[in-house]
Design a protein around this ligand. Structure first.
Ligand SMILES: NC(=O)c1ccc[n+]([C@@H]2O[C@H](COP(=O)([O-])OP(=O)(O)OC[C@H]3O[C@@H](n4cnc5c(N)ncnc54)[C@H](O)[C@@H]3O)[C@@H](O)[C@H]2O)c1
Length: 547
């Protein structure tokens, strides 16, 4: 079993930083800024323009009537205002760097990017007369050289220094690549030619268009989501996709497990066909595991397969279901009965989306986190026990660390067994009983709650078979309960017989024999354990809340 990545993230939890462009006049700050802002769907704030607005006069007039000192005073106020913005590209006047207070304010929320160039490049762009800039008069070449010498040390302190001689488009791409690399941790799901990155960060939803473009040549994006999530994130997602040249078609389906059906899939195909979606499209699943499974199924089947991108917005989907390419819809006879393996080209996890996730859904996601710990990573289990309060409070940095850890476990398992012929079955711990409980609950339990009950039954089966100690049973029960998850089959659940029947139909039953993923210890799962039916019945009986 692979080990999780236990090292805490060195980056602070923050939304994406503002992008602050500094550089000499003629370095292309506005042109580059416009392109970066367009990719991200952010405004471009230009401090020179703000000075003009505030003063009600052109910069040349301010210099002429009031002198440079007055210009710098108004500029400082403009800088202070822009520095307070969030999710903005800021193009600064060339001299802004000279005031340390300016730079400190801009740095607080921003990534400073210097565009540097020599006098020849700058003057070629500005024109021999310096473009009428008062600071460059009367001898633009001599002034450019003096100002460059004066400002070079400040430009050298930027977080990113780029040679401005290149085209604005290329510079914008380099800035976006640098921002993306700084803002996200990347876990690669290594599947040879079908490998893909899982990007994990805070506030990185704005990078979706950019990230999709790095992976795919698509021209259209079908965003599959729920109406509630469309209201919350749909405009932003559609905007960044459009900015990246992907015409968005937003398709919504109702919430809940019932949406994972052939009927809903068919309704989605209808809308895609009506919108003229063809093989150049990418399907973007924006939502939890239900959306992810449906998006994967639709993408895997429409026109024999479209590209797929997951943007998971529940903890459960971020730590588990968005990674690995399993996609299925339910059938009246069994959960996930009809499905495909269809790997995404990209998974973009913005943990900031979890801020609006209802507490019950946070707890549901924790069931899968605890499952990872129980079957394969005692360190992750200990981390979850220690940081449970932070996870429940939705501390974004703790969540991000947890998601990255789980994603790296899942990536390694999927790498070793893409089609669930061996080690990937470890992840089915809790799911044989859990799926039966989930179906029987007819939508009253979340998937995670059902898995928590499933793990609680299955750990007792393992104990009954002398695989694990009472201490392991207790430890798992304690952490599940602390996470606010159920550990007993709830009163009113269907009979053992109904659940046994559901388990027989589960894909984990082979050759008519019930096989379970069980535990040997906390952190050590074991697959394919045959369990006699009478043992399953006996433990089911013992795990009923009323017993
Ligand atoms: N394919 C796999 O490998 C895999 C693995 C595990 C689970 N699953 C499947 O995942 C499904 C469960 O997924 P789930 O637990 O994410 O449930 P879900 O997709 O139903 O989402 C739960 C609820 O949270 C809402 N929601 C989602 N994101 C939100 C946000 N950011 N803010 C506010 N509300 C938000 C949704 O609208 C929904 O009502 C099950 O169908 C299960 O079978 C699949």
């Amino acid at each position: 079993m692979p080990r999780g990545d236990a090292a805490p993230s060195s980056r602070p939890a923050a939304v994406l930083p503002n992008i602050v462009l500094v550089g000499m006049p003629g370095s292309g700050k506005s042109a580059v800024g416009e392109k970066v802002a367009a990719w991200l769907g952010w405004p471009l704030l230009d401090t020179d323009e703000m000075v003009v607005r505030r003063a009600g006069r052109s910069i040349a007039e301010i210099f002429e009537r009031d002198g440079e000192a007055e210009f710098r005073r108004v500029e400082r106020a403009a800088v202070r205002e822009t520095a307070r913005a969030q999710r903005a590209v800021i193009a600064t006047g060339g001299g802004v760097v000279l005031d340390p207070a300016n730079m400190a304010a801009l740095r607080r929320r921003g990534l400073i990017v210097a565009l540097t160039a020599g006098p020849d490049v700058l003057l070629a762009r500005l024109g021999a007369d310096g473009g009428g800039r008062p600071l460059l008069a009367p001898d633009p070449r001599a002034r450019v050289q003096t100002l460059l010498a004066e400002r070079a040390p400040q430009y050298a302190e930027a977080a990113l220094i780029l040679d401005a001689a290149r085209p604005a488009d290329q510079l914008a791409r380099e800035i976006l690549a640098a921002v993306a690399a700084r803002a996200s941790d990347t876990v690669i799901v290594d599947l040879g030619a079908r490998s893909y990155p899982v990007r994990i960060g805070t506030g990185i939803l704005d990078l979706l268009g950019w990230e999709v473009r790095q992976q795919l040549p698509a021209t259209q994006a079908v965003v599959l989501t729920h109406p509630r999530l469309r209201r919350r994130f749909g405009g932003r997602v559609a905007g960044v996709l459009r900015a990246a040249g992907l015409e968005p078609v937003v398709v919504t389906v109702p919430e809940g497990e019932r949406a994972k059906s052939l009927r809903t899939a068919s309704a989605v195909y209808d809308q895609m066909a009506a919108a003229g979606v063809d093989r150049r499209a990418v399907v973007v699943g924006l939502g939890g595991g239900v959306i992810g499974d449906l998006a994967g199924y639709v993408a895997g089947t429409y026109m024999r397969g479209l590209a797929l991108v997951h943007v998971p917005t529940t903890l459960l989907a971020q730590v588990d279901s968005a990674i690995g390419g399993k996609a299925a819809v339910n059938h009246p006879r069994a959960k996930n009965l009809v499905g495909v393996f269809h790997q995404p080209a990209l998974v973009l996890v913005d943990v900031e989306t979890l801020k609006t996730l209802p507490p019950r859904e946070v707890r549901a996601g924790l069931a899968e986190v605890i499952k990872y710990g129980m079957v394969g990573d005692a360190d992750l289990l200990a981390f979850t026990e220690e940081k449970l309060d932070g996870l429940l409070r939705r501390d974004l940095e703790v969540l991000r660390h947890c998601v990255r850890w789980c994603a790296s476990i899942k990536a390694r398992i999927v790498h070793s067994d893409e089609r669930e012929e061996g080690p990937r079955r470890l992840l089915n711990y809790g799911h044989t009983v859990g799926h039966a409980v989930e179906i029987a609950s007819a939508g009253t339990l979340t998937h995670g709650e059902a898995i928590a009950i499933g793990m609680s039954v299955e750990v007792r089966i393992a104990q009954r078979l002398n695989l694990v100690s009472a201490e392991v049973v207790r430890r798992q029960g304690t952490v599940l309960q602390r996470a606010g998850l159920p550990t007993m089959i709830l009163a009113g659940a269907p009979s053992d017989e109904v659940m046994m029947e559901a388990m027989r139909l589960d894909k984990k039953t082979r050759d008519g024999e019930m096989r379970f993923t069980l535990l040997r210890d906390a952190g050590q799962g074991v697959i394919d354990q045959p369990v006699p039916e009478p043992v399953v019945r006996e433990v089911l009986r013992a795990c009923r809340a009323s017993s």
